[in-house]
Ligand binder design. Structure first.
Ligand SMILES: [Zn+2]
Length: 307
């Protein structure tokens, strides 16, 4: 797979890329890095993060993970449940919230306090309202076996069989790309922007979030690669392609799940450190047509499983 434009940029920028320890993290003022203490002292921001998370994953535009019908198992979006209040596919009226306040609170507090695997945890608030969070990204730098647990237990809590099947296919895809159990992987566990704040015209939050977590990863020993997941409806897929990620696996379903791998995270950080947001946007636009042409043949070649 050729990433001609970005590859060339990376070669040039590598020369200028200083050690990240020498480069202080320069984040816009509305970005914050957090830990568990921060959430305990600012419960209103934890609440806001949970709201932002639910909007990002619950709305129908991309993930639609609002509620699950306990009778037929269908996943329904937040908008659907607001409109119909029950499942019209089977007439079931017992709906379970997929990302509940209680589960998210427990999970976020646990992950922000994981001493064994400290995580880069970066949030962005609305520039006009510092009590409202509108974007988030966090992940873990670890080995494949640790990430395995993370993926199966976080994403497939109620469907361990599917989680194991996805994980086996993912391991295979990673091995064929030279990543094994010894590799140090930065796994982006969660990332999202409130639908109202997406796109470069809002300030390129995804760009700053990725740069922020990468600065953290490199200030703490670096990683050989970045592993990231998204779906076929998300605009983040486009961002991944532009940022030298390879699409290594597709898991069919609704929506289709994609796993992306970047084997040159240092170059990615160098590019982010050296280009301004408008320059980066121009670069993306120039390479966009080429990427679109390539995506279909990539999917056919790579590992594909049905879930
Ligand atoms: Zn149903």
């Amino acid at each position: 797979m050729k990433y001609t434009l970005f590859e060339e940029t990376a070669k040039v920028l590598r020369v200028f890329a200083a050690d990240s320890k020498e480069i202080p993290v320069k984040m816009p003022t509305n970005f914050i890095t957090v830990n568990k203490d921060f959430f305990l002292k600012n419960p209103e921001l934890l609440k806001s993060l949970i709201q932002c998370y639910k909007q990002n994953f619950g709305r129908s535009d991309v993930w639609g993970e609002g509620y699950k019908c306990l009778k037929c198992g269908r996943v329904l979006s937040l908008e659907y449940v607001q409109k119909y209040t029950k499942c019209n596919f089977c007439n079931g009226n017992k709906l379970k919230e997929i990302h509940s306040d209680k589960d998210l609170t427990e999970r976020i507090l646990h992950e922000a306090d994981d001493k064994a695997f400290p995580r880069p945890f970066l949030l962005v608030h609305d520039p006009k309202n510092n009590k409202r969070l509108v974007g988030f990204m966090w992940g873990i730098v670890a080995s494949l076996s640790q990430i395995q647990k993370e993926i199966v237990s976080m994403r497939y809590l109620d469907e361990q069989d599917i989680g194991n099947a996805v994980m086996h296919a993912l391991e295979h895809a990673l091995f064929t790309h030279g990543i094994d159990f010894q590799s140090k992987i930065f796994y982006v566990a969660e990332a999202g922007i409130d639908p109202e704040f997406r796109g470069a015209h809002h300030g390129g939050y995804m760009f700053y979030l990725s740069r922020g977590v990468l600065e953290y990863v490199y200030a703490n020993g670096g990683a050989e690669c970045i592993l990231y997941w998204t779906n076929n409806l998300s605009s983040v897929l486009e961002w991944g392609r532009h940022s030298s990620f390879e699409l290594i696996m597709e898991a069919s379903g609704k929506p289709v799940l994609y796993y992306l791998l970047n084997k040159r995270p240092r170059d990615m950080l160098a590019i982010y450190q050296n280009l301004s947001l408008p320059e980066l946007v121009d670069l993306y636009k120039m390479s966009s047509k080429e990427f679109k042409k390539q995506v279909h043949c990539i999917i056919r070649r790579e590992v594909r499983i049905d879930i």
